[in-house]
Design a protein around this ligand. Structure first.
Ligand code: B12
Ligand code: SF4
Ligand code: SF4
Length: 341
C-alpha cells in the first residue's frame, strides 16, 4: 500500500481527505496519553456539563488496544454531508413567512452524518481489503470512544481553531471526522495542512461568532454555555438563564462555523414552524426526522426547546400556543417547561 493508493481509495469512497496513524508509534502513544490528561482536566473543571459519557469513555479513548483489539493503524478521514451547501435538503415542511419559528443547524441537513461516514469508512475498508487481503476493522464516527479531533489534528488533516473545531484546507470547519481502526498495518501518512492565513490573523469565530461566551479568548471551551449542548445534549428542564442563551435554536447552532472563513455566508439554518412542531402527531414528526441527525434529540427535546423559545417571544400567538400546549400535552417535562423558573 502506498500513499497514492490510500488517497485514491479514500477519495473514491467519498472522503474529502485522508491520513493514517501508526498506532504503535511511541510518539503517538505519548501524545494520546497527554491528550487524555488534558481532557480529564477539562472535565474536572466542569466544562463537559452533564455529558457524563465523556468521563465514562475517557479511559477507553486512551487505551485504544483495549477498545479496538489488534488495531495497528488508524485511517482518519474528513467528509461532508453537504454541510453549508445551498443544495443540501431537509425533510421539514416549508414555513409561512409570518410563522413563529425555531431553527435547526445547517449541519443536520441531508442524511445523518454518522450514517454517511460509516458508509464511506466501509467502502474504504473494502478498497483496502481488495489490495491487502481480508482484515478486521472498526469504524467510528462519533459512535465509539475516540478523540476524533485530536486524531485528525495529529494526523495533519487540519488544525483546531479557536472555535474548537477542526479547520481543514478543503472545507474549513464544515467537515465531519471518521476513523477506521485497522488490524492490518497500512502506510503511515501524516499531512501538513496549509492555509491562506493563520487563525490568529482572523479569530472571527471568537470575536463575532459565539453569542454566549462558550468560546472566549484565552479560555477553554465551555459546553455549559454552548447552544448546541443546551439544545441537543442537556437533559431535563431549561432554566431561565439557559433559555436566554439559546436564542431561537431548536437543535444545534451555526454561529461559530458559519463565520469560517470570515466572509458572509448564506443562512443555512432550517426554519421550523413551531405551531406545526407542537400540534402535529409525535409519530408523524418521528417518521419525518428518521435517518436525520435531529433524530438523536427526539421529538420531546425539540418540543422542550420550542417551549423555551415561545416563552421568550413577545408575539401574542406564542402565548396562545403555550396555552394550547398546557391543555393538550401529556408529558410532565413539557408541562413543567411551560411554567418553570
Ligand atoms: C461532546 C461533543 C460536543 C459537545 C462539546 C463540544 C466540544 N467542543 O467539546 C457539544 C454538544 C457542545 C458539541 C457541539 C458541536 N459539535 Co460536537 N462533538 C462532541 C464529541 C462527541 C466529543 C467531543 C469531546 O470529547 N469534547 C471534549 C474535548 C475536551 O475534547 P477533544 O475533542 O478531545 O479536544 C479538545 C482539546 O483537547 C483540543 N484539541 C484536540 N486536539 C487537539 C490537537 C491540538 C494540536 C491542539 C492544540 C488542541 C487539540 O481541542 C479541544 C479543546 O477543548 C465529538 C465526537 C468525538 N468523539 O470526538 C463531536 C464533534 C466534535 N462535534 C462536531 C460538530 C459538527 C459539532 C457542532 C458544530 C454541531 C452544531 N452545529 O451544533 C457543535 C460545535 C460546537 C463547538 N464549537 O465545539 C464534529 C466536529 C467536526 C469538526 N470540523 O471539528 C465532531 C468531531 C463529530 C464528528 N465526528 O465530526 N459537540
Ligand atoms: S473563523 Fe477564523 S479563527 Fe476561527 S477557525 Fe475559522 S479561520 Fe480560524
Ligand atoms: S455552537 Fe453556537 S453557542 Fe456553541 S460555541 Fe459555537 S457559536 Fe457558541
Amino acid at each position: 500500500m502506498n500513499e497514492f493508493d490510500l488517497k485514491k481509495i479514500a477519495i473514491e469512497s467519498g472522503a474529502l481527505s485522508v491520513a493514517c496513524i501508526d498506532l504503535s508509534d511511541p510518539d503517538f502513544i505519548k501524545a494520546l496519553e497527554q491528550h487524555g490528561e488534558e481532557q480529564a482536566n477539562w472535565l474536572a473543571q466542569g466544562f463537559g456539563a452533564d455529558m457524563d459519557y465523556l468521563q465514562r469513555m475517557l479511559k477507553d479513548k486512551v487505551d485504544l488496544q483495549e477498545t479496538f483489539p489488534g488495531a495497528k493503524s488508524a485511517v482518519v478521514i474528513t467528509f461532508t454531508n453537504k454541510w453549508g451547501m445551498p443544495e443540501a435538503e431537509h425533510p421539514f415542511p416549508a414555513v409561512a413567512e409570518d410563522a413563529l419559528v425555531g431553527y435547526i443547524s445547517g449541519y443536520a441537513k441531508e442524511q445523518d452524518y454518522h450514517r454517511t461516514g460509516h458508509g464511506v469508512l466501509t467502502s474504504i475498508h473494502n478498497g483496502l481489503q481488495a489490495q491487502l487481503g481480508e482484515f478486521e476493522a472498526f469504524a467510528a464516527v462519533d459512535t465509539k470512544p475516540v478523540f476524533e479531533r485530536f486524531l485528525a489534528a495529529y494526523a495533519g488533516l487540519g488544525i483546531i481553531g479557536p472555535n474548537d473545531l477542526l479547520r481543514t484546507p478543503e472545507r474549513d470547519v464544515r467537515v465531519f471526522i471518521g476513523t477506521l481502526f485497522c488490524t492490518e498495518k497500512i502506510i503511515e501518512l501524516r499531512l501538513k495542512p496549509e492555509f491562506a492565513f493563520p487563525c490568529h490573523f482572523c479569530r472571527a469565530c471568537e470575536k463575532r461568532g459565539c453569542p454566549t461566551g462558550a468560546i472566549k479568548e484565552g479560555q477553554e471551551f465551555d459546553s455549559r454555555l454552548c447552544i448546541s449542548y443546551l439544545t441537543i445534549e442537556k437533559k431535563g428542564l431549561l432554566n431561565s438563564e439557559q433559555r436566554d442563551l439559546m436564542e431561537d435554536w431548536l437543535f444545534g447552532c451555526d454561529w461559530c462555523s458559519v463565520v469560517c472563513p470570515p466572509k458572509e455566508k448564506e443562512d443555512n439554518r432550517i426554519a421550523v414552524d413551531l405551531e406545526w412542531l407542537m400540534k402535529s402527531s409525535a409519530g408523524e414528526i418521528r417518521r419525518l426526522i428518521k435517518g436525520s441527525a435531529v433524530e438523536y434529540a427526539g421529538v420531546q427535546k425539540l418540543r422542550r426547546n420550542a417551549i423555551a423559545i415561545l416563552r421568550k417571544s413577545q408575539d401574542p400567538r406564542a402565548q396562545e400556543l403555550l396555552e394550547w400546549c398546557a391543555d393538550n400535552m401529556q408529558s410532565n417535562l413539557l408541562l413543567q417547561q411551560i411554567t418553570c423558573d
